[in-house]
Design a protein around this ligand. Structure first.
Ligand SMILES: *[C@@H]1O[C@H](CO)[C@@H](O)[C@H](O)[C@H]1NC(C)=O
Ligand SMILES: *[C@@H]1O[C@H](CO)[C@@H](O)[C@H](O)[C@H]1NC(C)=O
Ligand SMILES: *[C@@H]1O[C@H](CO)[C@@H](O)[C@H](O)[C@H]1NC(C)=O
Ligand SMILES: *[C@@H]1O[C@H](CO)[C@@H](O)[C@H](O)[C@H]1NC(C)=O
Ligand SMILES: *[C@@H]1O[C@H](CO)[C@@H](O)[C@H](O)[C@H]1NC(C)=O
Ligand SMILES: *[C@@H]1O[C@H](CO)[C@@H](O)[C@H](O)[C@H]1NC(C)=O
Ligand SMILES: *[C@@H]1O[C@H](CO)[C@@H](O)[C@H](O)[C@H]1NC(C)=O
Ligand SMILES: *[C@@H]1O[C@H](CO)[C@@H](O)[C@H](O)[C@H]1NC(C)=O
Ligand SMILES: *[C@@H]1O[C@H](CO)[C@@H](O)[C@H](O)[C@H]1NC(C)=O
Length: 842
């Protein structure tokens, strides 16, 4: 009885002291129900055979020790031993140590590949055997993942990774900023140096190791040569020391011109002897400090970055320079395929950025050193909401390849929109390229299996920051978790992965599991629906923040993300017969499919074909009507996320409940901004009305510019489509309070009152809404401090935002008044007010 009470007290303490700020991600080790009987059936000893300090085997033992205590209230001892005494113990060891120490005849250890593990546990006794020390750590995390999900059943599992390279990339700059990062500054860098306190870096290592990531590139691909100063090399060695016990190697991105800019050689020609020597010396000095460094990542001759082209050298000559410097140390050179001309002219119908990778790299096949891996973005352009597979995957027979994914949601909502990415990734990984008429799914190409390559695998741009949520959003962490899981086993099911993550992150409640599963699985299709459909790309602003809508930004510039939309037709003609011939870069069976508009799937129609808006899809709808319908459906789905999440009130801790709710409410509003902007834009361009009569008709809205204005003036928003009726109001000066008033004409009743406004970077205006002088709501333009997406200094699709006040009682003829107080450069901008009766979305 006494024991039981103590257990209960322990349980309550743990539940109430856990700060649910996201810092532990899916490694919370939250208590699950485990009574005395259950505790007795758990191991009381954790035995390792290798006492080398800093070995991942030691980390494994420590994690199991902590996990048993936190998850099940079980105290276990950790011991190093040189005998094979495993009574009531979990033995954690490498295959080699296990065979040496426990050399009994019947120890039939299964075959494992590098990093693989065998976990064989029944109750209080068992073993976790890694092919190497890292594998043993992976096995420990697997065991704990089961316990944390309340699964105490016996386990006998043997598993090895899909591919040897399972890396993450951080686009962290030396000054501490992160390119395309949405969760605060870097955990690695500040003020041109490696930070002194690497606590967060270590916590990140733990998360990565638990999903079997084995290397991290710590700095931006747009790299700064000052990373290579002796002081910074010492800093890198400190990071490596922190990561080593987690079985994670570190690597760095290099700036191709470093021998000139840092070394003062006056050249960075990859064939110049002094340059070769410089890099070999730098590499030696790095390996002196970090003997197990993973290698380098190089972005060269890309988007203005220096590269071998300066000296008329090939990309292979450029890559091999680093590969050779790395060879004596066993390092790998990841070389990005993201090379293209960003001054392409749209005047030529046959120009196509999507052709660039095959154009540049195919002819170099066979010329790369064996430790070079070409890191290829999943699609031919740039992390869009839907792309076909990059044809480069089908064009390199004698070159190692890795796929580059993004966990950071650069074109997919900056973590302010819920987008669970595995279903998108699966469209790529499972795609069969039919190289030489043989089965050639992308996953088997990157693993090295299809072309019998020794190396290959995965890289994902993650960009975690100092925010305790890591990615800025609790729910976005499912993408990081799933990335690791898929890199280990790409055939794993998206839902199964997600549900493991939900149980680990939010506990075992069935309602929580179902709601987050539904929302997550609907999230990418919804996002595609309310952004860019039919393969036209995301339609975000590609010239500014890559966040809100701006379809016009795709065309008329050299970046080559063209839609070729005019007043009658839209889409890129990538056919061989009449277009850019991009379809012809795919193996013949795939090329034929994309060449023919009849066999091109609808969801990539506009990627490969230029058609009239009136072209009919397989569904029977016209292209333009599909745009309209999809945008309405997508935004409707996003509205539904809010009540779905709110149904979990009380089932999720308050801190995370509120943080997630804030984002989902924001997303619901911003999905309407997206819906209306894209629909307005193409309605305006094509002049073809929505057959359902929704586009341009908003019966429940009052436009701010039609209200009685004092201290406010109308403002023509640019891009026009991002404001309702293309117009907003702003205060007449930056110190004038604005007032907008009107008589309400809607029928008397209870409404949700929405106000659409613009929240700019550089000021925090304040607004108040009154009905007949009764204050209904007030708020501040401070989303730049709350949301973490790249902010905008303009009234546009990034800054457009909605706030909703629920259950406002209105009578016909009431006087509605909004008062806006400008601040800094933010002139308290207002777009419209909307009265929403129950069930209406407008
Ligand atoms: C213990 O592990 C270390 C690091 O993984 C390894 O170098 C060493 O050989 C191992 N020691 C024994 C006795 O197996
Ligand atoms: C590189 O880093 C140095 C030192 O932090 C900084 O002064 C310089 O501006 C950086 N260069 C670039 C191109 O970011
Ligand atoms: C660049 O190299 C190519 C192939 O090696 C050669 O044909 C061409 O003349 C060179 N161009 C210049 C400007 O050196
Ligand atoms: C994390 O971001 C949230 C909003 O996304 C913000 O409210 C919070 O202050 C941030 N916390 C830290 C520690 O950066
Ligand atoms: C499309 O625009 C062109 C001029 O750019 C004009 O001649 C033509 O009539 C327009 N077609 C339609 C259907 O609006
Ligand atoms: C063929 O290409 C031309 C531009 O060269 C374009 O105007 C035309 O629409 C294309 N025809 C078809 C059938 O796609
Ligand atoms: C996406 O739009 C299509 C077409 O309107 C619709 O059938 C589908 O249900 C939508 N899906 C989501 C998740 O919004
Ligand atoms: C499209 O928008 C422009 C700019 O606001 C406007 O001048 C034009 O009349 C609109 N065209 C149509 C068809 O709505
Ligand atoms: C307010 O406007 C004045 C005049 O346009 C300008 O000089 C001043 O910088 C503005 N103040 C702020 C805080 O933006």
């Amino acid at each position: 009885m006494m024991r039981l009470t103590l257990t209960l007290i322990w349980f309550l303490q743990i539940s109430f002291t856990l700060a649910e700020n996201g810092l532990n991600g899916w490694l919370r080790y939250a208590p699950v129900s485990c009574d005395q009987h259950c505790q007795r059936a758990l191991p009381s000893r954790i035995v390792t055979l290798n006492s080398t300090r800093g070995s991942p085997v030691g980390t494994a033992a420590q994690e199991i020790h902590d996990g048993l205590r936190k998850i099940a209230g079980k105290k276990a001892t950790t011991e190093h031993t040189t005998s094979c005494d495993t009574h009531s113990a979990i033995l954690v060891a490498t295959v080699e140590d296990y065979l040496r120490v426990c050399n009994n005849k019947n120890s039939n250890v299964p075959t494992l590949n590098d990093d693989g593990f065998w976990i064989d546990i029944d109750g209080a006794q068992g073993r976790i055997i890694g092919q190497n020390a890292r594998g043993a750590l992976y096995g420990a995390y697997e065991y704990l993942s089961r316990l944390a999900q309340g699964d105490f059943s016996p386990v006998d599992e043997v598993t090895s990774p899909h591919a040897p390279i399972r890396w993450v990339n951080q686009w962290d700059n030396m000054d501490g900023s992160i390119e395309r990062g949405y969760a605060g500054p870097s955990i690695f860098f500040a003020n041109g140096q490696i930070v002194g306190d690497l606590t967060r870096a270590k916590q990140y290592a733990r998360l990565l190791a638990s999903v079997r990531i084995n290397a991290i590139i710590v700095n931006n691909v747009n790299a700064n040569a000052t990373l290579l100063t002796p002081q910074n090399m010492d800093g890198l060695a400190r990071i490596a020391d922190i990561y080593r016990p987690y079985g994670i190697h570190i690597g760095i991105s290099l700036n191709f011109a470093s021998p000139d800019t840092l070394g003062g050689l006056g050249t960075y020609d990859p064939l110049d002897e002094s340059v070769i020597e410089w890099w070999s010396d730098i590499t030696d000095r790095l390996y002196d400090r970090i003997p197990d460094m993973a290698g380098y990542l190089v972005k060269a001759s890309s988007e203005g970055q220096p590269g071998p082209d300066t000296y008329n050298r090939t990309l292979a000559e450029g890559a091999n320079l680093f590969a050779r410097a790395l060879q004596p140390h066993g390092g790998v050179l990841m070389f990005r395929a993201f090379v293209y001309d960003h001054h392409l002219t749209e005047d030529s119908w046959t120009n196509d950025r999507a052709n660039a990778q095959v154009d540049f790299f195919k002819k170099l096949d066979g010329q790369f050193e064996d430790n070079v891996v070409i890191q290829i973005k999943y699609g031919p352009i740039d992390f869009q909401v839907r792309e076909p597979v990059s044809p480069l995957f089908a064009n390199l027979y004698q070159t190692n390849m890795a796929i580059e994914l993004q966990v950071t949601q650069e074109y997919l909502g900056h973590q302010c929109h819920l987008v669970y990415l595995p279903p998108l990734w699966k469209t790529i990984l499972d795609f069969d390229l039919r190289v030489d008429q043989q089965a050639s799914p992308v996953r088997d190409i990157i693993s090295g299996e299809r072309f019998k390559r020794p190396l290959g695998g995965w890289a994902a741009v993650v960009n975690v920051g100092t925010n305790t949520t890591w990615l800025g959003s609790h729910l976005a962490m499912s993408n990081l978790y799933a990335y690791g899981r898929l890199a280990w086993e790409p055939k794993a099911d998206s839902i199964a992965i997600l549900q493991d993550w939900v149980r680990l992150t939010f506990g075992a409640n069935r309602q929580v599991l179902d709601a987050i599963t539904d929302m997550s699985m609907a999230s990418w299709p919804a996002y595609e629906n309310y952004t860019g459909n039919l393969g036209i790309q995301t339609l975000t602003d590609i010239l500014y923040t890559h966040y809100g809508p701006n379809p016009g930004s795709q065309d008329g510039n050299g970046w080559g993300q063209w839609t070729r939309a005019d007043n009658v037709s839209i889409g890129m003609d990538r056919t061989v017969k009449n277009g850019t011939a991009n379809a012809g870069q795919y193996p013949s069976e795939i090329a034929q499919m994309y060449e023919d508009i009849e066999t091109t799937p609808d969801d990539l129609l506009l990627w490969f074909h230029h058609v009239p808006y009136t072209h009919r899809l397989d569904s029977g709808k016209t292209v333009i009507q599909h745009f309209y319908d999809a945008h309405y459906s997508g935004a409707e789905t996003a509205q539904g996320f809010v009540p779905q999440w709110e149904s979990l009130h009380g089932l999720v801790d308050r801190e995370r409940y509120e943080a997630v709710r804030t984002r989902l409410v924001y997303q619901a509003g911003h999905s309407i901004v997206w819906r209306d902007a894209i629909n307005n834009f193409y309605w305006n361009l094509s002049g073809i009305a929505d057959t359902a009569g929704r586009v341009g008709h908003h019966p429940w809205r009052i436009e701010a510019e039609t209200m009685d204005l004092k201290g406010y003036r109308p403002y023509a928003v640019d891009p026009f489509e991002t404001a309702s009726r293309y117009t907003a109001v702003v205060t007449t000066t930056n110190s004038t309070t604005g007032t907008a008033q009107t008589k309400v004409k809607v029928p008397s009743g209870t409404y949700d009152l929405g106000v659409n406004y613009f929240d700019l970077y550089g000021g925090q205006s304040q607004w108040s809404v009154y009905v007949n002088e009764r204050l209904v709501g007030e708020w501040k333009g401070n989303s730049e401090d709350v949301l973490g997406h790249t902010p905008s200094i303009y009234l546009d699709g990034h800054s457009a935002i909605r706030i909703t006040f629920r259950g406002v009682k209105i009578r016909t003829g009431d006087r509605l008044k909004i008062v806006g107080v400008p601040d800094g450069v933010e002139p308290a901008p207002l777009d419209y007010v909307v009265f929403l009766p129950a069930g209406v979305i407008d």
